[in-house]
Design a protein around this ligand. Structure first.
Ligand code: PLP
Length: 394
């Protein structure tokens, strides 16, 4: 242990144990990522765009990371475009395709705001989902035209965890709009799924390092050969002119190490964490009357338990959970921390009253039985307390 945390503990006292159940927001750095990054945060440095020995060493580190990432994501190394995270990858896809090839743009109604806001900028339309949050393939087919230039359907949803049938989406898109580019936001999916397999039919694939145990602020857009795409960041011409800017070398090598570690632990982690998630969700459903599991459990990411709890307000519930050492979320994290009505739940047709009591508990690679025990102890008590308070106010 380093001296710094010890002295912090002297000052602040031993921190209370926390059950961290917000891995979909961000997950801890994997040791493999930390080890890979450390040299680049100390004596080793270099601008990979340069020509001398120091620059070439940085370039080599980036090239090796690119090879690793390409191997895991199932693309060629020169199809990996490094970005400053998932949001930037999504923006590049949704703004960059219609800039290169103008035409109608479609996206599922449950996409992250990193897709929906650029969609609005390019005048795109959303496609309906069913009650589980799965994109409606008939609605998609009738919205497509031969002129459609881009379709964006996420690999898995960040709020309710539902996994989209991407190969069916690709089939429908190819049939009705053969020239359209298919983008998938695999930011949540990459933490659990084999992206090389599930996103094989997509032309553009966004991933974000901090969701699978790499550092924050770095990501990838896979750009398959021949995909029309105009850059957003222009200047130095890095990343085959698709994303200018000096590379984040430490971030990129950390991301590659995290992705490789994730890939080799994927099956074991999925089995272990989905068992924890099942125990958590079953326990909460048994203990909390009128709690409903929003998207069920089949075709949902192993780490996600999303409930709606009648008669409580998410914000008040999250406050009580936080006080009791349980970190959870109501919807996706947003910059202000304020809770807004969820567009995902609205698109799924969840009634507004139920939406008000949304709770997302998301587990990850460091989750343990102790986290589940803590949540099973704390959440039902907090809900009961809020319901009593709400009853006495009526
Ligand atoms: N897309 C999805 C589905 C996400 O869950 C997130 C982050 O919550 C993002 C995009 C944005 O990624 P980043 O935090 O790397 O900008």
């Amino acid at each position: 242990m380093s001296k710094f945390p010890e002295r912090m503990a002297d000052v602040l006292g031993t921190p209370p144990a926390i059950a961290y159940l917000d891995h979909a927001a961000t997950t801890p750095l994997r040791p493999e990522a930390r080890a890979a990054m450390l040299p680049w945060l100390g004596g080793t440095f270099g601008n990979p765009s340069g020509a001398h020995a120091v620059a070439r060493a940085a370039r080599q580190a980036i090239d090796e990371a690119r090879d690793t990432i390409a191997g895991v994501l199932g693309c060629a190394p020169n199809e990996v475009v490094f970005t400053g995270g998932g949001t930037e990858a999504d923006n590049l896809a949704v703004l960059g395709v219609p800039a290169a090839r103008p035409g109608p743009v479609l996206a599922s109604a449950v996409e992250h705001h990193a897709v929906l806001e650029p969609l609005e900028v390019v005048g795109g339309r959303t496609v309906a989902v069913d009650r589980r949050g799965v994109v409606d393939l008939d609605a998609l087919a009738s919205a497509l035209t031969p002129e459609t230039t881009l379709v964006s359907v996420m690999t898995a949803n960040n709020e309710v965890g539902v996994v989209q049938p991407l190969s069916d989406v690709a089939r429908v898109v190819r049939r009705h709009a053969p020239d359209a580019v298919l983008h998938t936001d695999a930011v949540q999916g990459a933490a659990w799924l084999d992206i090389a397999d599930v996103a094989a039919g997509a032309d553009l694939v966004s991933v974000s390092s901090h969701k699978f145990g790499g550092p924050q602020g770095v990501g990838v857009l896979v750009v398959r050969r021949g995909t029309p795409l105009q850059p957003r960041a222009i200047g130095g011409g890095q990343e085959r002119e698709l994303r200018s800017g000096t590379h984040n070398v430490a971030g990129i090598v950390g991301m590659a190490a995290a992705l490789a570690a994730k890939a080799s632990a994927r099956d074991e982690e999925s089995t272990r964490v989905s068992a924890l998630r099942d125990r958590l969700a079953d326990g909460l459903l048994a203990e909390i009357p009128d709690a409903v599991e929003t998207a069920g459990r089949s075709a949902v990411l192993p780490g996600t338990a999303h409930l709606t709890i009648d008669g409580v307000e998410s914000e008040a519930l999250l406050f009580l959970l936080d006080e009791a050492g349980v970190c959870a979320s109501a919807a996706s994290a947003c910059a202000s921390g304020a809770q807004e009505a969820s567009h995902v739940l609205a698109a799924m047709g969840v009634p507004l009253r139920a939406t008000a009591g949304a709770l997302r508990l998301s587990l990850g690679w460091t989750s343990t039985d102790a986290d589940v025990d803590r949540a099973l102890d704390v959440v039902p008590t907090a809900v009961a307390k809020l319901r009593v308070a709400a009853g006495s106010l009526r």
